[in-house]
Ligand binder design. Structure first.
Ligand SMILES: Cc1ncc(COP(=O)(O)O)c(C=O)c1O
Length: 502
């Protein structure tokens, strides 16, 4: 395994299991776990202490002592002077192919639902690097302003913010209603808005409040696997509906329409296609006629690279069948875990009750800081700045990929958001490609893995460009193109003649 990837693994393990604690004990614990879980197999080289000092913020002497301790315990060994490896003498059967930290790795039986969640798990411990999709560059977030606003509300005068909430912080909902009016052409009252801890919780609440077990849900295919997993965990039956260059292609005359339809009409995930007006009208008519609920996932449309506002589906719906889902994960930072739903008037109170009963509400301090962050114009200033930066990174990626891979690839995205999807126009094993890239320390999401139905699955690459600077994008793209070209050449080479063949 590449050393920087290994450093990233160690960092994420420290963050998840030692709550970010940076001590010799926490570091040793993280390394032991990674080894015993099979994520650092025998013989794996560990990053040099100098590299880890920068990556983890631990002093070099602490790291040297930690390596020494792990060597003494038999987990590590030295080779050739300063290189440190996972001990080659270790022999045990690590659970294979299991994603990190799943409970069933430790041999405990899970419920059917739990096992299914683990089986479909897609969240990655690696959340930074050249092509990680959907992750903003958190290094450029105005932390000083954010800290000032947070500390303003962490005080005795605002002690009511330390209590449970109900329905979200009022001033944030008022600011959001205005923000949505301007940015998404939506007309809604603050009462219709519910603040939640991220989109997944919002989707979970919709499923629990509006669907019963075994109800059917239409999902775009390819689509957002995170949403499918949450819906499936609620016992819902997912039916993949192909998405093409106009968005979700609805069946002409569905025999039995679903209870719920999950779409991303402003920027289909991951293809980036904007749903055509005809499809939008058809979708709204279908939902109205059959009393289906439409969940509109509008995850990244504030980060767009053209001057036009693409109206939300919610804003086009005369009926009351659309629930709008927005998130601050792309515009602020993902660890904030704040998202919101805009629901029809008559659902607002039941949803607020459901939210309070299922999850209990809080995070009012963050919500108060966010309200002021938006109201005082900090969010729009941050977005203006980031749009320019991301646009440059997108252009660099585009140039690098298209100048070298030419007709082999095509894209449907790039108008908005933090990633570019590329389709391979010829048969190409995108999973093998991503495995090879991972060996080189670069995370690459194969497009084929976003499809649920193998019948219309296409291969390609989903390339995030936002999390790192343009130079890193450029060099990673060069590496990627070299690997693609090499694999393609190998695929095209005639097979060696078998003995006896002419
Ligand atoms: C399609 C899509 N919707 C929503 C989200 C946001 O999820 P959350 O608000 O839970 O961070 C993501 C995150 O990557 C996404 O890709």
């Amino acid at each position: 395994m590449d050393k920087s990837l290994c450093a990233e693994l160690i960092r994420s393990r420290l963050d998840s299991e030692a709550s970010g604690s940076r001590t010799q004990t926490a570091f040793c614990l993280a390394i032991r776990r990674l080894i015993l879980d099979g994520e650092l197999p025998p013989g794996s080289p560990l990053p040099p202490t100098r590299m880890l000092t920068n990556e983890l913020g631990l002093s070099r002497s602490t790291l040297v002592r930690a390596y020494e301790q792990l060597r003494l315990e038999g987990y590590l060994q030295s080779r050739g002077g300063s290189a440190t490896l996972v001990s080659e003498a270790l022999s045990f059967t690590a659970p294979s192919n299991a994603p990190r930290g799943r409970p069933w790795r430790h041999g405990r039986p899970l419920s059917r639902r739990g096992a299914e969640i683990a089986q479909h798990a897609t969240s990655s411990p690696i959340q930074s690097g050249a092509f990680v999709p959907g992750v903003p560059d958190v290094r450029l977030f105005p932390f000083a302003t954010w800290r000032r606003l947070l500390s303003k509300y962490v005080c005795f005068e605002h002690r009511q913010l330390a209590r449970y909430g109900h329905g979200g912080y009022g001033p944030l909902k008022a600011v959001l209603a205005e923000y949505l009016r301007v940015s998404r052409m939506m007309s809604c009252s603050p009462r219709q808005i519910l603040i939640l801890n991220g989109s997944h919780q919002a989707i979970d609440l919709c499923a629990r409040m509006l669907c019963d077990e075994k109800d059917r849900v239409w999902m775009e295919d390819p689509g957002y696997w995170g949403a499918s997993n949450v819906l499936r965990a609620n016992g819902l039956h997912i039916e993949p509906i192909p998405a093409d260059d106009q968005g979700m292609s609805l069946p002409a005359d569905p025999e039995s329409p679903p209870r719920m339809i999950f779409v991303s009409p402003s920027s289909q995930y991951p293809t980036g296609v904007v749903m055509s007006l005809n499809r939008r009208i058809k979708l709204l008519e279908l939902a109205e006629a059959h009393e289906s609920w439409v969940i509109e996932d509008d995850y990244d449309n504030e980060i767009r690279y053209h001057p036009y506002t693409i109206g939300s589906l919610f804003s086009q719906a005369r009926s009351q069948r659309v629930i709008y889902l927005g998130t601050f994960s792309k515009t602020m930072f993902p660890g904030l875990r704040l998202a919101y739903l805009v629901v029809p008037e008559d659902l607002a109170e039941s949803f607020a009750i459901g939210n309070a009963e299922l999850y209990r509400e809080g995070r009012l301090i963050e919500q108060a800081a966010l309200a002021e962050f938006i109201d005082a114009g900090y969010l729009s200033a941050h977005l203006r700045r980031m749009r320019n930066i991301y646009q440059e990174r997108r252009n660099v990626l585009r140039r690098a990929i298209e100048s070298r891979l030419g007709d082999l690839v095509s894209t449907t995205g790039g108008l908005a958001g933090l990633h570019l999807p590329y389709f391979f126009n010829q048969p190409f094993d995108d999973v093998a490609l991503s495995e090879e890239m991972l060996e080189a320390g670069i995370v690459l999401r194969p497009l084929s893995m976003y499809y649920a139905d193998a019948g219309h699955c296409r291969s390609g690459m989903v390339l995030g460009f936002a999390a790192v600077d343009a130079k890193t994008i450029e060099s990673a793209s060069d590496q990627l193109c070299t690997v693609v070209e090499r694999r393609r050449q190998r695929d095209q080479e005639p097979l060696p003649a078998r003995p006896g063949q002419q």
